[in-house]
Design a protein around this ligand. Structure first.
Ligand SMILES: Nc1ncnc2c1ncn2[C@@H]1O[C@H](COP(=O)(O)OP(=O)(O)O)[C@@H](O)[C@H]1O
Ligand SMILES: [Mg+2]
Length: 264
């Protein structure tokens, strides 16, 4: 250690701040605000347009009025969903690790989520097949957040999978999770369909990123589902893997560390 009280030499401290990274963060933030505004403005413009039509030309046409009202309902629902998902995202985005206070049986969550979405799958002629390894240990985590993860993944498999195909839900043990090396549980959601080109995969979990914007919109998508999945999985010290073969299979695998009495 230098003696700072000594007469010479003179010590100086220079603080270098990373301007590039600050600028990049500002850019990301302003892109996000622009995206949110755009995503909220388009259903809002549709609503305003239909209100004007209903007050004017369509006011004496009950058939057209009913049709417009049903479009207005789905646009309003899209806005409500977007706001809900933005709130969820802002909650989970902090990336702080969750306090593992719920002891969770993953197969129970999967069976609840499958039950919830089975009507939508059936409407596309899809069957949900669940394969669960025997004697799975519980894990610790946040039950509501994990339910959200599997709802988003299964909902994507239904939306982007082809009609009259099966969706597979596999649940089993993992010996070593990537990065942490701890044992855990995996859940894979696999569907058949167009798939995702390899170069698109790294960007899937970005906020508002969609491979096919028109298709996502027609499904009522917000482009936030996988961003939410990514953050919840990270908060659980887990890992997300995406594999896709174009025009064949796509699978999203979530790995979560298993229940540990020592951290309760
Ligand atoms: N199972 C899947 N098969 C093909 N593409 C998918 C699948 N899951 C997600 N994607 C692609 O990833 C994009 C982002 O997904 P997501 O964040 O859930 O947003 P959203 O579904 O609202 O568009 C989707 O728009 C779609 O292009
Ligand atoms: Mg989605």
């Amino acid at each position: 250690m230098p003696d700072l009280n000594a007469k010479s030499p003179v010590w100086a401290m220079i603080v270098l701040s990373d301007v590039t990274s600050t600028r990049r963060m500002e850019q990301v933030r302003s892109d996000f605000v622009a995206n949110v505004s755009h995503e909220l403005r388009s259903p809002l413009s549709a609503l305003l347009g239909f209100i004007e039509t209903l007050q004017g030309p369509a006011s004496s046409d009950p058939e057209a009025s009913a049709r417009f009202l049903s479009i207005m309902e789905s646009e309003a629902q899209r806005m409500a969903r977007l706001i809900d998902e933005l709130l969820t995202l802002s909650k989970v985005e902090a990336d702080e690790h969750i306090t593992p206070d719920d002891v969770i049986s993953v197969d129970q969550i999967i069976s609840d989520v499958a039950g919830l979405l089975s009507v939508r799958a059936m409407a596309k002629g899809m069957k949900l097949r669940t394969l669960v390894e025997k004697d799975l240990p519980p894990i610790t985590g946040d039950a509501d957040e994990l339910t959200q993860v599997f709802q988003n993944l299964l909902s994507n498999a239904i939306n982007y999978g082809s009609e009259d195909t099966d969706i597979r839900l596999d649940i089993g043990l993992v010996e070593n999770l990537p990065e942490t090396g701890v044992p855990g549980i995996f859940v894979s959601v696999t569907n058949h369909g167009e798939g995702i080109p390899a170069q698109e995969i790294p960007r899937l979990t970005e906020r508002f990123y969609r491979v096919d914007k028109g298709r996502s919109r027609s499904m009522g998508g917000t482009g936030l589902g996988l961003a939410i999945v990514k953050h919840i999985v990270a908060r659980h010290r887990g890992h997300l893997e995406v594999k896709s073969e174009v025009h064949k299979e796509t699978s999203f695998t979530v790995m979560l560390p298993r229940f540990d009495e020592n951290i309760l």
